[in-house]
Design a protein around this ligand. Structure first.
Ligand SMILES: [Zn+2]
Length: 602
């Protein structure tokens, strides 16, 4: 039990001592508000896929709360949002969403300001029950990440990041969010997006314990639910600190605002300040409504297929046909399994855009495949593509940072080349037993990395495809993107660490489409119209409830200095809040042409 306490404590903090665990044991009182240690131990022991998703078998939807009478005083408002916060915690208690944290350490650059010096990546599932538990998908890499991090700091101070620490502010206080522990002071009214909010300052009462929420909350003025939290936890124990966080919720289901984004930032770059801990981190939560993907599903849902086989030939498949059907079976298995694990967005609007680009490449190269090429979006941040059968998968993070349609075409062309060249890898996944694993071991069970010879061949073919395509005149932009990526590759090892496909860079050097890297103008930070790569998060919008992906429509913002470019960087979140069903959360219209608008100035 002592161990669990220590882990929980450590999870909340970035301990600035030699070892977080040690510090935590010295500071048992730093334990966050009263999670039941026994329950924690139990839920943490539930390592099997069957128990990892307790809610999945239940009805997918959550009944909206009963409407409360309109408050007439601020005191009644406080009563309502406290009540609704507890209602939300209860409503989501059985959910196990995917949670991803991507962190960039910062160092000061005289021209560019704070820039990434190293990065770290965490991906896991969060049990939203009373005892918050975050299971990581990347257990193996986690260890090396930590050791790398520990090695990268000064001898006196070492920092250990604990993934759960970044997702702690999904709620203000899981157990004691009430008037006994907190003072609530009304500050003002403010619009967040389309939603009018009442703003309250929240301070822990004296002697209410360590690790209490300290900051500000925004409460929407119709249902009186918290939609944003901004602050930290206090008091912090010696040798450790709590992160500052800005936590946003979205009205994705009637009556509830669901935690979706958390931004954390530490560091002070003013003159004379020594920075031992400077970073910025984005935490994204999605997959609240995941369908069960494990073997239990098949036992409880007996499918009755009344559909007869309508294939044209009323005879056995020829050897080649059999091979193709087999590959398609493997492809379908993988796509379904990744979707069920919350790693792949369901087929949607963004895929229409990606398929338009693939189609442009196919048509101009007279490619005629027996089955159409499909695309899907991997929901994670690391920059990666891979293909399985005729499905090309591209990560959300990669779509985000690509500056224009030609660059998108370039990364897709590599995978299209694998398909055209018949480099099919996935056929072993046609055996269904290979799909039976826990979601958190997806990365250990699936992999689509090609041998170096196939990578070289695919790059060569990809460049041929691009030169025949409508993008032939815009390959300078691709070269510029690759140069920008090369420039940042040594610092962004985690962003460039792929989990399913081949990496874009090996050992800090760009390997993907490297022949195009020499193309185009030199990288020049001072040229404000030269946008080689975008920050993360600018293009793709994910619905955290159903995982649907769509292109963001944002008005371009003028770049006024080299510091505005922020290629590959994380930035704070500022989602445009809207109430459920009021259009802003409705899917974007399907464009008729690729909407990845070229916005580079060269
Ligand atoms: Zn490849």
């Amino acid at each position: 039990m002592r161990t669990w306490k220590a882990i929980l404590t450590a999870a909340l903090l970035a301990s600035m001592s030699a070892a977080a665990q040690q510090a935590a044991e010295q500071q048992p009182s730093a334990q966050p508000p009263a999670p039941d240690a026994t329950q924690t131990a139990q839920s943490s022991q539930q390592a099997t896929p069957a128990t990892a998703q307790p809610a999945a078998a239940q009805a997918a939807s959550i009944a909206p709360p009963a409407p409360s009478p309109a408050p007439t005083t601020m005191d009644q408002v406080v009563t309502l949002f406290i009540e609704h916060e507890h209602g939300l915690i209860k409503a989501l208690a059985t959910r196990t969403p995917v949670v991803e944290t991507y962190l960039q350490n910062l160092t000061a650059d005289p021209q560019l300001g704070p820039v990434p010096s190293a990065d770290h990546y965490f991906l896991g599932r969060m049990d939203m029950g009373e005892t918050v538990d975050r299971k990581d998908y990347l257990k193996e890499e986690d260890r090396s990440m930590q050791s790398r991090l520990l090695g990268g700091f000064g001898k006196l101070y070492k920092v250990q990041y604990q993934p759960l620490g970044f997702s702690w502010m999904v709620y203000a206080d899981r157990t004691d969010f009430d008037r006994e522990h907190y003072e609530f002071r009304y500050a003002r009214r403010e619009f967040l997006g389309d939603v009018r909010c009442l703003v309250f300052d929240v301070t822990p009462k004296p002697k209410s314990g360590r690790g209490r929420f300290l900051g500000r909350i925004w409460v929407e003025d119709q249902g009186f639910n918290i939609v944003r939290l901004n602050g930290t936890y206090a008091p912090a124990p010696r040798n450790a600190m709590f992160f500052h966080m800005d936590s946003w919720r979205l009205n994705l289901i009637p009556g509830y605002w669901v935690p979706a984004f958390i931004y954390s930032e530490e560091g002070d770059f003013s003159a004379g300040v020594k920075n031992r801990l400077a970073f910025k981190a984005q935490t994204r939560i999605w997959g609240y409504d995941l369908k069960k993907g494990g073997k239990d599903d098949e036992l409880t849902q007996i499918r009755v297929d009344s559909v007869t086989d309508e294939s044209a030939a009323a005879q056995d498949a020829s050897p080649l046909q059999a091979e193709r059907v087999w590959q398609q079976q493997a492809e379908d298995n993988v796509v379904e399994r990744l979707t069920n694990a919350g790693l792949l967005a369901p087929d949607g609007d963004l895929d229409r855009i990606l398929q338009t680009v693939v189609n442009n490449l196919e048509v101009t190269n007279n490619i005629d495949l027996p089955r159409p090429v499909r695309t899907r979006v991997l929901l994670t941040s690391p920059l990666e593509t891979f293909s399985v059968g005729n499905t090309i998968v591209i990560s959300r993070g990669l779509v985000d940072v690509l500056p224009d349609e030609a660059s998108l075409a370039a990364v897709l062309s590599h995978e299209l080349a694998h398909i055209v060249l018949g480099h099919n890898l996935g056929s072993k996944y046609a055996f269904n037993d290979r799909m039976l694993f826990g979601d958190d071991s997806t990365y250990q069970n699936l992999g689509f990395k090609h041998i170096p010879e196939e990578e070289t061949a695919a790059d060569k073919k990809a460049i041929d495809l691009l030169k025949n395509s409508p993008y032939a005149q815009k390959l300078d932009n691709v070269g510029l993107f690759l140069k920008a990526l090369q420039g940042k590759a040594p610092q962004l090892g985690a962003l460039l660490t792929t989990h399913l496909g081949n990496p874009l860079a090996e050992g800090g050097t760009i390997s993907r489409l490297s022949a195009l890297e020499s193309q185009g103008p030199a990288l020049d930070n001072n040229k404000l119209d030269q946008i080689a790569a975008l920050p993360l998060g600018g293009r793709v919008k994910i619905n955290p409830w159903d995982d649907k992906a769509e292109m963001v429509k944002t008005a371009p913002v003028a770049i006024t200095s080299a510091r505005d470019k922020m290629p590959f960087e994380v930035t704070p979140f500022f989602p445009r809040l809207a109430r459920f069903g009021t259009g802003a959360s409705a899917p974007a219209a399907t464009p008729t042409t690729a909407a990845a608008t070229p916005n580079t100035g060269n």
